[in-house]
Design a protein around this ligand. Structure first.
Ligand code: KG4
Ligand code: ZN
Length: 337
């Protein structure tokens, strides 16, 4: 029997300071997420300078709490996994420095993890992954179709050419005067509305790439025009129309990519994977169009940023011998490989 691998994982790429202890990539011993949302809400979005300061204040407390909950000390873990990138440079630095400090003080190997690999491997907490696999990664910073021929080999086959889907949700919500983060608010509001507004569809070409800035601008211009003309907008209908238009192309391209790459499994990943309409649409559409492809949707708690997912991906990086060094620097626009 293979020896257990226990990782202490740190995630600090955006506005969550998170630490988890994860065994063998799929068993959470403890997971603590300290979110800064209530503070960023006041500004209507994440202020990078404020985010990094809060990470500095929180990181040691969150590390202590995760260890205490697991009833462990750093000596008990096999390695320190951490998000090396991509993300906000100042935020990333804090997690990277914390990881390097622990690795140095306790003489533990370092395992750098790509944030998106973390989101994809969050699915390990609910399912075995079957390869070849396609992942639809949808978050505040990313919209990508990532193909995994084998575990821990990543090929980005499509990506957004401009705004990420979560960014479009958040910007549309902001103009509709909804609180930050806007994604969950639009999700809730859309349930009460109908697809009443015919918005210009994002370009749906033969590539697997996405573009959401046109749709975002259409919505912003529509709101502006209606307000100027003193016409009332039905916010629920607008939320529903925006969401249906955006998700249609997202799910359509995912089905096409899964078919063309002949995958056995499709997994959803990232903060927008928490969206209730996307969750049902992906399940229904695959059932209808590609019933032999297994579909996995991460549970809500691990769609948005957390460190357990970094521990899950870190396990494969550890097994593959992908170790870091004390010289590693946070990599805000790191490639997935
Ligand atoms: O993965 P995540 O926590 O952070 C990044 O890596 O970006 O994703 C955050 C994004 C935000 O844009 C947020 O509005 C969006 O995920 N989001 C949602 C929902 N929950 C979070 N978007 C649509 N519907 C939701 N239910
Ligand atoms: Zn994320």
């Amino acid at each position: 029997m293979e020896k257990d691998v226990v990782l202490l994982a740190i995630e600090s790429s955006c506005d969550e300071t998170a630490v988890a202890i994860v065994k063998n990539g799929n068993e959470i011993i403890s997971s603590v997420v300290s979110t800064q949302i209530s503070i960023h809400k006041k500004f209507g979005g994440v202020i990078p300078e404020v985010a990094s300061r809060l990470h500095v204040e929180n990181v040691s407390v969150v590390i202590e709490e995760a260890l205490a909950k697991a009833n462990m000390s750093v000596e008990d873990v096999d390695a320190i996994a951490y998000t090396l990138g991509p993300g906000l440079i100042g935020s990333l630095h804090v997690g990277v420095m914390a990881a390097k400090t622990l690795a140095f003080a306790y003489n533990k190997p370092l395992v750098p993890v790509h944030h998106i690999a973390g989101h994809i491997f969050a699915n390990r907490f609910v399912d075995e992954l079957e390869y070849p696999l396609m992942s639809l990664v949808v978050s505040g910073g990313h919209t990508e179709l990532v193909y995994l021929k084998d575990p821990y080999s990543f090929e980005v086959v499509g990506e957004t050419l401009d705004d990420a889907i979560g960014e479009a949700y958040d910007k549309v919500a902001r103009v509709m005067s909804l609180p930050y983060p806007g994604g969950p608010e639009i999700d809730k509001l859309a349930k009460q509305g109908t697809f009443a507004y015919n918005l210009t569809k994002p370009k749906n070409d033969d590539s697997y790439d996405f573009s959401f800035s046109g749709l975002k601008s259409t919505v912003l211009q529509f709101i502006d025009r209606e307000r100027r003309n003193g016409r009332e907008i039905n916010n629920a209908d607008l939320a529903c129309s925006f969401q249906e238009t955006a998700l249609d192309v997202l799910v359509g391209k995912s089905v096409r990519a899964a078919r063309d790459y002949d995958v056995k499994h499709i997994v959803l990943a990232g903060g927008v994977a928490a969206n209730s309409r996307l969750r049902s649409l992906i399940t229904e559409t695959f059932e209808k169009e590609l019933p032999n492809v297994k579909v996995t949707i991460p549970p809500l708690w691990c769609c948005t940023d957390n460190a357990a997912m970094i521990g899950a991906a870190g396990y494969y990086a550890y097994q593959a011998g992908r170790f870091g060094t004390l010289k590693d620097k946070a990599s805000p626009s790191m490639d997935l490989f």
